[in-house]
Design a protein around this ligand. Structure first.
Ligand SMILES: [Zn+2]
Length: 450
């Protein structure tokens, strides 16, 4: 109560603070977020588990069991959703043939990612936003391709989120393109995502963000009795592989090691997610992934794209990569009964609102510069119009150098801003804003004259 009064007093007596914290939501995104259904997510996971195993090496001839049957079913769902899309959602299985690799592939293998593309409505906008989950799974042994492997959480949860976002979003239109993908071969060594990221790089595709969802539907941990369905983790790396040579020297000199493009994406996802999803705190973890683990965002990160991993707050290792069995009174196995579908609903909403806000936004402002050619106690920023999209204006973001998150936000319709704060003491960035208030990713200024 005391907290409530103090917040109320701050709003009453300090209109400046109020104007800083007011959040305007886009009604179209709010409506889509409300459509995300725990029942729908449960139905997808139930069906995915019914394929017995989805190990990448499993049968590809059985119509009811194994990875091929599972990917055909995901494709059929995408095609069903596409009927509501006015011809903009198209889906196919993108296949490649892999040879034995002496590691986790012991046979010639037809690998297939199920890819659904919701084409953007602006022909001048080449941006692509990707949501990814992995369809394949594993038992205790990753090479065991015959025994049952339910894979409800790893990664039925991520695959279900991808499908639910496709179902809802394809009924709406966005200037930029969104790709919904259920990849294969994750457990065999990130094979499907590596294939996809490499192809995108070769084709020079403008992927601005990848949201990789892997293990995001269970709310408790194996050893500590922690239970939490109000928090979700985002793993992101600070520097980009592209930060080398002169760029790296710049990063070091300006203290930008916490402002690489993937970290900016993580910050954006947190802010947007907490705006649209009630009772969900997005916890940023400053590393690419957990110890001993990998994920499908990594092949993108390694090629210089902004890509994050979204994962539940607590992990239960009795239920991951385990043969289904009872041992010493403990139920092992990745079973649907261990999924908290309300938690998975919120984590799906987190993806949806971010994809929608990004795909509705104008592209990022170009050539963002901070004036550093003379000594002043001001900050003078300027930039150029984004390449695509209708711009209502721009947000200039500001935070102290020790702060993880943006603390102040200034709006302008101009392409420059002069602020009475010293550039030496703060970080700044600029976002383009659409008519509906959708923000682009943030661009950190480079010093003018360099
Ligand atoms: Zn996984």
């Amino acid at each position: 109560m005391r907290k409530f009064i103090s917040v109320f007093a701050a709003i009453l007596f300090c209109p400046f603070v109020f104007s800083q914290t007011i959040v305007v939501k886009d009604p179209q995104i709010e409506k889509m977020v409300k459509e995300v259904s725990a029942d729908s997510l449960k139905s997808y996971i139930t069906k995915l588990v019914s394929f017995g195993t989805r190990n990448t090496l499993s049968t590809q001839t059985d119509p009811k069991r194994g990875i091929a049957a599972a990917r055909q079913w995901v494709l059929s769902r995408f095609n069903e959703f596409a009927k509501q899309s006015g011809g903009r959602l198209t889906a196919f299985i993108d296949t490649t043939t892999l040879q034995k690799d002496g590691r986790r592939v012991d046979t010639t293998l037809l690998l297939g990612n199920v890819v659904a593309t919701l084409k953007g409505t602006d022909p001048g906008d080449d941006r692509i936003f990707i949501i990814s989950g992995h369809l394949d799974n594993m038992r205790t042994s990753v090479m065991d391709r015959t025994g049952d492997a339910p894979g409800a959480d790893d990664d039925g949860s991520g695959t279900a989120a991808v499908m639910e976002c496709a179902r809802i979003m394809c009924k709406n239109s966005f200037p930029a393109t969104i790709i919904f993908v259920a990849v294969s071969g994750e457990e065999q060594g990130l094979l499907g995502s590596t294939y996809m990221a490499e192809k995108a790089k070769k084709e020079n595709r403008n992927i601005e963000a990848v949201l990789n969802n892997d293990i995001m539907g269970s709310n408790n941990s194996s050893e500590t009795n922690n239970v939490n369905n109000n928090k979700v983790r985002i793993f992101s790396e600070g520097l980009s592989v592209l930060d080398t040579g002169r760029t790296l020297a710049n990063v070091r000199q300006l203290g930008l090691e916490n402002d690489g493009k993937t970290r900016q994406l993580a910050r954006y996802v947190k802010e947007t997610g907490e705006r649209y999803v009630d009772n969900l705190e997005v916890v940023m973890v400053y590393r690419n992934d957990r110890f001993l683990r990998g994920g499908d965002h990594t092949p993108y990160v390694q090629r210089g794209y902004a890509a994050i991993r979204i994962t539940e707050m607590n992990e239960n290792y009795y239920h991951q990569h385990q043969d289904v069995r009872i041992e010493n009174g403990i139920q092992y196995g990745d079973l649907p009964e261990f999924i908290d579908f309300e938690y998975l609903r919120k984590n799906t909403c987190l993806n949806l609102c971010n994809l929608a806000n990004l795909a509705k936004s104008p592209s990022m402002p170009q050539e963002v510069r901070v004036e550093t050619r003379r000594l002043t106690n001001f900050t003078n920023l300027n930039w150029k119009l984004p390449k695509s999209g209708k711009v209502k204006g721009y947000y200039v973001l500001m935070r102290e150098t020790t702060s993880a998150f943006w603390q102040k936000k200034f709006f302008t319709t101009d392409t420059k801003m002069d602020l009475p704060y010293s550039k030496d003491n703060y970080f700044f960035a600029v976002q383009s804003v659409s008519e509906d208030g959708n923000e682009s990713l943030a661009v950190v200024p480079t010093p003018a004259g360099r």
